[in-house]
Design a protein around this ligand. Structure first.
Ligand code: 2AM
Length: 482
């Protein structure tokens, strides 16, 4: 009997994902470049289960029922292109190649065109949730050849995480690179969520002078309220975790953050599309700053920190801090969705924003109750132009802003960095401003470069130039319009 699906790449993600598929009743043919891993798997975790071990791409493809579904979970980049080349000669019309790795969405756009050009179908799917997610139910974000969706839907939705009454955290995202793009935004949002929690941690510890036990209790409490989410939950656990000597484990960890680049890609995508993705941007920069250990050590000897002065009501300040996190989180998701909307326009993806919130609602690192509220906002208004214009989030941000301002002001006067919390607040203050000081910016550009400007008392699209110094000629610059 032929297998329902084939998988290339028996590393951590691949192995757990095929075990998940098998547990849902699907038979899976497996292959890995280093073929000893195939045998090890078949004799080990795969023993006695519905797997077919194969030792070549030809054998793998030959073991599959038609239309064939060949899924790759291999290192992003060249290996994906190499495998596509190896798979294609063995395929028939209608067969499907699936890339479940962490591919860059531009690569997925290119590969979809290429594979479709050869007469086959291509799916690039984001898979989030790490090792445990892959085994028990990840969040899955598939995009690519639309005609492939009915063929893979059953398997994908069966293995995906479920929320509420069994709603799968997996739905069709859109054409070509849409799935991998949405996965990238997920990762960017994850950077932001993590960063604002670390800012709250430093504030609690240094401004409020809280102990790890107190911080543990606070995060635990927050996890039952608006901030209910996986990242708040694990942070509560981490606060309580003691090293062998009884000291808090986090105190032993070097303060230099790593990254694999997906947050950076999200920031770059925002720059390309002209979207003010400030909170995620700051969280990426904060990781870079954390990595400048030596420079920071030197600077810490040069500059004196302001003395911490806090004699206010700690309970009230903790409530304010929760509001700061909540307000900033709303901003971060609003900015992330702004980027999704611009990308959707640019690439013609026609993204379903409510469905994306549901895909992230369970299984992945950013899973939270909050995503249910985002889903509701897009249910109410599928064409909502910006999350902050939804009445629910508008009211929440209004209610959060006083506490949030208080936290930022207190942090700044005490010399505690809050780049993401404060930049999100500045964004909000800019976003709600009918008039920004960009009028001066336009004047400067016109002054030094004759870039021209539009006037408040004339229709848009009419451009003016002023001879600011009385020396310049009347020639205007048409070099840049942005
Ligand atoms: P390996 O076990 O033979 O190293 C995650 O690293 C997965 O991607 C593994 O299955 C790994 O195969 C595969 N992989 C990594 N680099 C590869 C390459 N250059 N060519 C083929 N497979 C690769």
């Amino acid at each position: 009997k032929k297998a329902d699906i084939g998988l290339i790449g028996l590393a951590v993600m691949g192995e757990n994902l095929v075990l998940n598929m098998e547990s849902k009743g699907f038979s899976v043919a497996v292959y890995n470049r280093t073929t000893e891993k195939v045998d090890k798997f078949i004799e080990g975790r795969g023993a006695g289960k519905n797997f077919i071990g194969t030792h070549s791409i030809e054998e793998l493809v030959g073991a599959l029922a038609t239309p064939r579904k060949v899924m790759m979970l291999v290192k992003a980049g060249q290996p994906v292109d190499d495998f596509i080349e190896q798979i294609i000669p063995h395929l028939d019309q209608g067969d499907i190649i699936i890339d479940g790795g962490n591919s860059y969405f531009e690569d997925t756009i290119r590969r979809t065109k290429y594979v479709e050009g050869k007469g086959f179908k291509f799916v690039g799917t984001g898979v989030s949730g790490g090792e445990i997610g892959a085994l028990r139910g990840p969040s899955m974000m598939p995009g690519g050849s639309k005609e492939a969706w009915p063929e893979v839907k059953e398997i994908f939705q069966a293995i995906a995480a479920k929320v509420d009454d069994g709603v799968p955290c997996c739905d069709w995202v859109g054409a070509d690179g849409a799935g991998h793009f949405v996965k990238m935004i997920h990762n960017g949002i994850e950077y932001g969520d993590m960063q604002i929690i670390t800012e709250a941690y430093q504030f609690m510890k240094e401004v409020l002078g809280m102990s790890y036990d107190e911080m543990h209790e606070t995060f635990k409490k927050w996890n039952k309220e608006e901030l209910d989410s996986y990242l708040i939950e694990i942070t509560a656990d981490i606060m309580a975790f003691k090293d062998e000597d009884g000291e808090p484990m986090v105190e032993k960890i070097l303060d230099t953050a790593g990254q694999k680049g997906t947050g950076k890609w999200t920031g770059i995508a925002a720059m390309h599309l002209g979207v003010p993705l400030t909170l995620i941007g700051e969280s990426v920069f904060s990781r870079f700053l954390s990595a400048q250990l030596d420079l920071r050590a030197k600077a810490s000897e040069v500059f004196e920190a302001p003395e911490i002065k806090f004699d206010g009501d700690k309970t009230k300040m903790l409530d304010d801090l929760k509001m700061a996190l909540y307000g900033a989180k709303i901003i971060s998701y609003a900015q992330g969705y702004n980027l999704l909307m611009e990308a959707s326009k640019e690439h013609g993806w026609d993204l379903n924003y409510g469905a994306i919130a549901l895909m992230w609602r369970g299984g992945c690192i950013i899973r939270s109750a909050f995503l249910g509220d985002i889903n509701k906002a897009f249910d109410k208004a599928p064409d909502l132009p910006h999350l902050l214009l939804d009445s629910f989030f508008r009211d929440k941000v209004q209610a959060a802003q006083q506490g949030w301002r208080n936290v930022c002001a207190t942090a700044i006067s005490n010399g505690i960095p809050v780049p993401s919390l404060s930049s999100a607040l500045s964004y909000f203050d800019g976003f709600r401003s009918k008039r920004l000081p960009a009028n001066l910016l336009q004047a400067q550009r016109d002054y030094f470069g004759a870039h021209t400007y539009e006037r408040v008392d004339k229709p848009r699209g009419e451009f003016f130039h002023t001879n600011w110094t009385g020396e310049g000629a009347d020639t205007v610059s048409t070099a840049y319009n942005s």
